[in-house]
Ligand binder design. Structure first.
Ligand code: G6P
Length: 639
């Protein structure tokens, strides 16, 4: 048996070398084995994972008669619950899945779990099996037939084929099968003949095991686990986990090396996963920002001594001080945070910075040098393009500093060093509190580098740090305008387009405001540098066009005032974000939202708040699904 295993491993070594980070999908996995009824735990877990984005759901359970039942439904988890209303959902072992379609359309047949040919095994899978077509052909020659169009069904059939022809146990069959697979996966497999065990494995897609009293939980992230246990094991790359009733968790690698499980304590709490009285997670997360930013700064910004200590920077000071260039790479909202980081690092630390979309960076043969420092930013820590950008930069010898929110995610593990944003789980698909924390961390970093390099005077450093410490309080003040924003948001539900304008630090904020509106209200919106407007977008302005202008009284204020006049002259409808006490811009605007005065580099942290609220309220009035907007996923693990 061992010989056979080694032979197979050798044969497929090339496949292992070809491991890529660009081929994962954002499905959700939940599993349970223990003494309780599995079904309610699995369904609750699927609900917790809904934020990730999906289009069908399914569950598999082994009941006391040793029957393996699989139920699936297109649509939401609620549709699955409805579909199983009169079915047998008993059993203390089970797996469940939310699928975001890649191979095959989102329908009931393609939904997971998938049975094997004999219906003795069932599998759930996140990821893509790249060589599924070849494997499928081989299995068809051996008489296997396929019900779905998925790559996943091929994998479960392969496991069954190996299990029966080699007369081996489930864990070994999974191991042998995975040695033939090219691609990425997190999988969990059930075997009707062995109702006291389940086997899971990971390569590329995240997987967490929760350890309870005589029970185990499995999930794509810790959110389905947190209410049952705070002891978790993050499954490592290419590891296979064997969970058996009444036994300890056991782990070995696909290459057959036994591993000692590292049990970690979860910091997440259940209340962080609930709406806490708010109608949507997004609104809750917007309102959490005074607290989350204070948490993000806690232990880092010393208010008494106006000092910043960021361990990730201190540990790698030389890397930062000697960097000839900083490359920031990220996607979506995190990319916008990166742009603000560029303004701050260049202003305070005088190091040239480029900000790259990870998806472009990884494919355009960029010049990366050993004295480049790469900052990779990601809320989820699982974004496939950003992970691939990290791997590319690493292969050129660059030092990678990660900024991430989800503890233990793939990006912090792939980076050489970094720091967490510490804002707790962000459930709303449209990022809010994670964004302001990313900007805060980048600002702290820029200030520390500047101070150490001597490119920022002590006096300015102290002024800005003291202002930074006041930001949570100033966000609280800004949030008081929520009712007014909700009121005037109703006026703009007619709009099909929006323009957002800003200059300097507020140009990325204009783009972020536009992105928020697009994501959740489905209104087309463009974020533009205010002065560029006259080179094109001005042609779009008429009495129908709402133009959001970020016009705080600092930096290029006078110039922004001129830009507003240009819009006014063309009868555009102006919504302005102004500094408390401003009357000039307010008088020119249809609606104005005031933010407290602060340092120019910190304005984005305040200006982001009304823009988040504006997008939120417009989406609510339009009746959109704010927390789970169509076609979007929270964790984009597909390229
Ligand atoms: C998705 C989300 C965005 C997010 C982007 C990057 O598109 O919908 O809100 O900004 O991914 O995600 P990351 O987790 O890497 O920050």
């Amino acid at each position: 048996m061992l010989q056979l295993l080694q032979k197979r491993i050798k044969k497929t070594k090339f496949a292992t070398v070809l491991q890529t980070f660009n081929i994962k999908i954002m499905c959700g996995i939940v599993g349970y084995i223990g003494k309780r009824d599995a079904y309610p735990i699995l369904i609750k877990g699927l609900h917790r994972l809904e934020y990730r984005g999906y289009d069908s759901a399914g569950v598999a359970l082994i009941n006391s008669k040793q029957e393996l039942k699989v139920y699936k439904a297109k649509g939401k988890v609620a549709d699955l619950e409805h579909a199983v209303e009169s079915k047998d959902v008993s059993g203390t072992i089970g797996i469940a899945h939310t699928r975001w379609a890649t191979h095959g359309e989102p329908n009931q047949v393609n939904a997971h779990p998938h049975y094997s040919e004999s219906e003795e095994l069932a599998i759930i899978h996140n990821g893509i099996i790249e060589n599924y077509a070849v494997l499928k052909q081989g299995l068809m020659k051996h008489g296997y037939s396929f019900k779905s169009e998925t790559d996943t069904e091929v994998l479960v059939q392969l496991i069954e084929y190996i299990k029966t022809t080699d007369k081996t146990d489930l864990q070994t069959a999974v191991q042998l099968a995975l040695n033939q697979v090219v691609g990425a996966y997190a999988i969990v497999v059930l075997d009707r003949n062995n109702p006291d065990e389940m086997v899971a494995a990971r390569k590329g897609s995240p997987l967490v095991v929760g350890i309870g009293e005589d029970e185990f939980f499995l999930a794509s992230d810790a959110t389905p686990i947190v209410e049952f246990t705070n002891k978790v094991v993050y499954v490592g790359e290419q590891e296979i986990v064997h969970l058996q009733r009444g036994k300890e968790i056991s782990i070995r690698t696909i290459g057959n090396v036994v591993k000692t499980p590292e049990i970690k304590k979860l910091e997440m709490t259940l209340s962080q996963l609930e709406k806490g009285g708010y109608p949507h997670f997004m609104l809750k997360e917007i309102f959490e920002q005074p607290t989350t930013l204070a948490t993000s700064m806690r232990g880092r910004v010393n208010i008494e001594h106006n000092n910043i200590t960021l361990a990730g920077f201190i540990d790698n000071k030389e890397k930062f001080l000697n960097a000839k260039r900083i490359i920031i790479t990220a996607c979506g909202t995190s990319w916008h945070a990166g742009l603000i980081g560029m303004y701050a690092i260049e202003e305070f630390a005088r190091i040239p910075v480029v900000v790259e979309y990870s998806s472009e960076f990884r494919y355009r043969s960029p010049v990366i040098n050993e004295d480049d420092l790469v900052i990779a930013i990601s809320q989820s820590g699982e974004t496939a393009d950003t992970l691939a950008a990290i791997e590319l930069a690493k292969s050129h010898g660059a030092f990678i500093f990660g900024i991430c929110n989800v503890v233990g995610a793939s990006i912090p593990r792939a980076a050489h060093s970094g720091c967490y944003t510490h804002v707790g789980p962000e459930i709303g698909v449209a990022s809010t509190k994670a964004f302001t924390a990313q900007v805060t961390v980048l600002t702290m970093l820029a200030l520390m580098i500047g101070k150490e390099k001597g490119t920022l005077s002590d006096e300015r450093y102290l002024q800005i740090v003291s202002e930074l410490a006041k930001i949570p309080e100033k966000i609280s003040e800004t949030l008081k305008q929520d009712d007014r924003i909700a009121e005037f948001a109703k006026t703009f539900t007619y709009a099909q387009n929006f323009i957002y304008l800003g200059r300097g630090y507020n140009y990325p904020i204009a783009m972020e405001g536009a992105l928020k509106l697009k994501e959740i209200s489905y209104i087309h919106a463009e974020g533009y540098p205010a002065a560029e407007m006259k080179h094109g977008p001005i042609a779009l302005i008429n009495q129908e066009m709402p133009v959001v202008v970020i016009a705080p009284q600092c930096g290029t204020y006078e110039k922004v005032v001129s830009n507003i006049q240009e819009i006014k002259a063309r009868k555009g409808r102006i919504i302005s974000i102004v500094t408390n006490g401003d009357t000039v811009v307010r008088d020119m605007s249809d609606y104005s939202i005031c933010i407290p005065e602060t340092e120019e580099c910190l304005v984005p942290l305040l200006a982001a708040i009304p823009l988040q609220l504006l997008a939120y309220h417009i989406a609510v009035v339009k009746g959109c699904d704010v927390d789970q907007p169509r076609n979007l996923a929270k964790s984009v693990t597909v390229e």
